[in-house]
Design a protein around this ligand. Sequence first.
Ligand code: ZN
Length: 122
Amino acid sequence: MIYPPDGGRFLAARAAIVARQNQAILAEKLSWPGGALEACRELEDEFPGWHVAWLNENTITGFERPAGYCATLDGLHSVRLLAATPQELAELMRAVPPHDYSVNGCDWCLDRAEERLRRAGL
Ligand SMILES: [Zn+2]
């Protein structure tokens, strides 16, 4: 017998609802601009598996970045993308290929790992 009996669909649906509720709370508490919450949800609907949020400007020294949209994808293909508009973010998200689970490894992930090593001077 598989447990839970529905294969986890109820828990997954509940988690999705809670995530959307939390997203709305964040939007309100962090004063997202008008339309940002809807834009983030549209992108999440268009790109399953991604989490999209609007980020305020970060003025902390060493971590500066302008306000804008942020998309994160967890898992083996861990990635974080930043853009000024939902349209620009969607273009960046479309450019991320699906993870390659073959024995040869994922070229996209390997390229990113090499780039991180290069930037770190290793
Ligand atoms: Zn990958």
